[in-house]
Design a protein around this ligand. Sequence first.
Ligand SMILES: *Cc1c(COP(=O)(O)O)cnc(C)c1O
Length: 392
Amino acid sequence: MSSSVANTYNRNPITFESGKGIYLYTESGERYYDLASGIAVNAVGHSNKHLIDKLIEQANKLWHVSNLYRIPEQELLANRLTDLSFADKVFFCNSGAEAVEASIKAARKYHFSLGDKDKTRIITFQGAFHGRTLGTISAANNPNHLEGFGTPLEGFDSIPIHNIELLKEIIGDTTAAILIEPIQGEGGIRVIDNDFLKELRKITKDNNLLLILDEVQCGMGRTGKLFAHEWANVRPDIMAVAKGIGGGFPMGACLMTEEASRGLIPGTHGSTFGGNPLGMAVGNAVLDIIQERNFLEKVNINSSLFHKNLKIICKDYPEIISSIRGKGLMIGLECNIKNTVLSDELFKNKILSVGAGENVLRLLPPLTINEKEILEVTKIISKCCENIKNKK
Ligand SMILES: *Cc1c(COP(=O)(O)O)cnc(C)c1O
């Protein structure tokens, strides 16, 4: 079928008609295990009853009003997120890239509001992904994403991860903040060491810099804690969240401490749709579920089982999978064959996965995946490895 849709994606020609839990169904009723979750978005599974109920309830009342007025659903979600995190203030937007943009703007404006007008530079890390706006591609400094789009935005210094010496060298009088994903998602499920995150916190404090975390992919329960930085016991100044926060409704948020948000006074930043009643109703519904007693505990128990089983597959087929990366249900299979060979074989066997950098294949199932489903899925992955081995 020819299509008028812009050619920006390499699409698999398959079409899904419906979803339920961790499953997606094609028009002809074929069932797929969705271990991609729309790239870590469908955190509480497809067609979640509570989300549907809350969405419909709100849809019958009010869809949209602008941020010129108070929005109770927005205030509620902001209060809940700040109660559950380091943050005191939340700015709502519609996507991950916007959440990172808001974070960068907040950090720069913070220093500006203190009279440090030259403190604008942000230190970022190689392998990072922060979105596709001009600002966020400049921040991440991935040449593939920058090519052909003109001069990157000024003000970012990109360095390798886990190199404290280089980091200390690069900090200057104009440095405003450090921006990092606690686990690099697109970069290949590269888990940042807890010690490195702790060191970043110390260095930022010592040098009057803000620490910005991009938890767009690793946040909202994905790693078994509400936010990934909790594993390192590190509290950032600013954090970008999106993907899972809306469970499939387009939504993003920039969380800030009171101090870090001091520059964002009325008129300095905004969004037409950010925090609108419809989105907020769904965001609150997602949080209802993630906050349920034992929800994250279950994510931890189930993900341990998943990791354990995948490590066995990795031992059985080292010529195909060389290691298992990640935390919780943010899992990377480091491949010894081309990762697309494995993802194609998984697809043939009705499992959806997502590629990533460093020849890694990502498994990002809904956080609601249960023990039985994990056992089924690992059996299929093992079979896929056997098939690939026999074809070689
Ligand atoms: C997906 C992602 C983004 C961008 O989110 P969009 O909603 O696509 O703009 C930013 N940062 C990280 C870590 C991501 O994984």
